[in-house]
Design a protein around this ligand. Structure first.
Ligand SMILES: Nc1ncnc2c1ncn2[C@@H]1O[C@H](COP(=O)(O)OP(=O)(O)OP(=O)(O)O)[C@@H](O)[C@H]1O
Length: 524
């Protein structure tokens, strides 16, 4: 971009004029107008269900708007599909990556290039190397995707946009899966791109990041633009207020508690992974006490999924002696029996494992509430519906009602519903992954308070998360996982981000033990 040009000579890269999109029973985008200049980093903000994803999907050609115009570099256009979007120079990095694990970086990128694009690039691996150096992405084109960390995978997604000479990059909550170091790496890539004239549209619920990197923000509420601002002139609190109207008190430092009796235990659990790119668990020992929140930090893919699966019983391999709850072995019990015994469970993947997409919220409530709603073998629909309605109101879930299908809810609203459903069982032991992933500030606060209230009533809560700030806020004791090992467990007030960060990188792992475990795995 030529910096000597004055603003009035530069025309917007993209203009949206009066975009509307109606879903059955819901006006997701209501006359939205927005303009993006070349080189501008622009945040799209709003509480859950405000219409952000619908709008960016319209720009990327996934959703067709009912009315409105899109003007690209001064010309009206229709973006009928993501491939049309990509040809124009619009790239999108989704929250859930879409890479093939068994292919290399280069092969994955090749898949989304057209023949003419490939021909003009020539040697793709070379191009990836060159761009990698230019933007400090540190990507090896020949690495297999399964061997990459989450942060590296995200950089591959960005690379996929760069090789197509991206002019507008859209990122949907790009930092929720990254470590603090990876976030600052991402921001420097975005700043470099912006300097070169690429426009960036950035959805995030982390307002301190928005004030750090974005020069403009558009705030949506109920599908409408309700404000635009310069985040640098605002605080996280003032932006949150624009998003949700009247804001409750912000999360303060909550008081830490000491747990009482041991409620749940894992004794020396080693378990080889059943997934080709999974992580085997190695010598896991932990004691979870009544009345405490134990936080487990870690970069995704270090054994968290395997740990969740074996604790909940989704991984049904018998590990009887290794798991105890309320002093009884539970490692051979089925998932439903563990639930009846007082365990509740919030998995990371909300659609598919946390809720059945095609079922209504009422039916989804019945799925995990094994007690109370069945009498003489019959479902008590009236009570069940009333209960689902109560959850919807208690957790401010935006939907059309208890009959809404789970898949019709925005990501954050479904997360609120699932959290409410599990907390509402008043479990003795709650195992939960990423409780506020994709949830807006107001709702995150409500979920934090519900978790603390549950703890104070004596529940034992295991919180597995990549969000270190949230773990420090909520957890009474903390540990980290790395390569299937669990670090020592310490009281939160006796540790700091630095130490937990080092444990996430595996500094606590004993090399001799590691070599012995590797040997055992390869000979098994
Ligand atoms: N396929 C669909 N069918 C019916 N309603 C839908 C559909 N997709 C989205 N909606 C509704 O449109 C509204 C806007 O949803 P959208 O996903 O755009 O919100 P969002 O701002 O991205 O929320 P979040 O921050 O939770 O991701 C929500 O009320 C949602 O329930």
């Amino acid at each position: 971009m030529n910096n000597t040009k004055t603003a009035q000579h530069i025309s917007p890269r993209l203009e949206l004029i009066n975009i509307s999109k109606q879903y059955p029973g819901c006006l997701a985008n209501d006359n939205i107008s927005l303009s993006l200049m070349p080189g501008e980093i622009h945040a799209l903000l709003g509480e859950n269900g405000a219409g952000k994803s619908t709008l960016v999907k319209t720009i990327y050609g996934v959703v067709a708007p009912d009315t409105g115009q899109l003007i690209w570099d001064g010309k009206e256009i229709e973006i009928k599909s993501p491939s049309t979007a990509r040809e124009l120079g619009i790239g999108m990095v989704f929250q859930h990556f879409s890479l093939f694990e068994t292919l290399t970086v280069s092969q994955n990128i090749e898949l989304c290039l057209s023949k003419p694009q490939l021909a003009s690039i020539g040697n793709l691996a070379e191009k990836i190397r060159q761009l990698s150096q230019e933007y400090g992405l540190n990507i090896d084109p020949h690495r297999y995707v399964h061997s990459l960390s989450i942060g590296e995978r995200q950089r591959v997604e960005i690379m996929r946009c760069l090789v197509q000479s991206v002019k507008l990059l859209i990122l949907d909550e790009p930092t929720s899966v990254l470590t603090p170091q990876e976030v600052s790496g991402l921001f420097s890539v975005l700043r470099t791109l912006a300097k070169e004239g690429c426009s960036i549209l950035f959805i995030s619920h982390k307002l301190h990041e928005v004030t750090e990197i974005c020069e403009k923000a558009t705030i949506l509420r109920g599908g409408k633009v309700i404000n635009t601002c310069s985040p640098a002139d605002e605080t996280s609190h003032s932006i949150a207020k624009m998003m949700v109207g009247d804001l409750a008190e912000q999360d303060a430092g909550y008081s830490k508690k000491e747990g009482t009796e041991v409620r749940f235990q894992i004794h020396d659990l080693s378990l080889s992974t059943q997934h080709p790119f999974g992580t085997s668990l190695k010598h896991i020992n932990l004691e979870l006490k009544a009345g405490e929140i134990l936080g487990i930090a870690g970069v995704a893919g270090n054994g968290q999924d395997e740990l969740m699966a074996i604790i909940s019983g989704e991984d049904s391999r018998p590990v009887n002696a290794h798991l105890t709850m309320k002093n009884q072995p539970i490692g051979n019990l089925k998932t439903a029996t563990r639930r009846q015994f007082g365990m509740a469970y919030v998995p990371e993947e909300r659609l598919g494992r946390g809720a059945v997409p095609d079922m209504s919220l009422t039916e989804n409530t019945l799925l995990t509430h094994s007690q109370g709603f069945i009498k003489y073998g019959l479902v008590q629909w009236k009570q069940l519906k009333d209960y689902a309605k109560q959850l919807i109101s208690d957790y401010s879930v935006k939907c059309h009602g208890e009959f809404s299908e789970a898949k019709s809810l925005s990501g954050g609203n479904l997360q609120k519903f699932i959290m409410g459903r599990e907390i509402g069982q008043r479990p003795d032991v709650l195992i939960c992954a990423h409780p506020t992933w994709g949830v807006d500030v107001g709702a995150a606060l409500a979920i934090h308070q519900a978790l603390l209230e549950l703890r104070d009533q004596g529940a034992a809560i295991l919180l597995i998360s990549e969000d270190i700030d949230e773990l420090f806020l909520l957890a009474d004791r903390m540990a980290a996982v790395c390569d299937g090992y669990l670090s020592p467990i310490v009281r939160t007030q006796d540790t700091n981000i630095d130490q937990i960060g080092q444990w996430m990188a595996g500094t606590f792992i004993n090399n001799q033990q590691h070599d012995a475990d590797m040997l055992q795995e390869t000979t098994a």
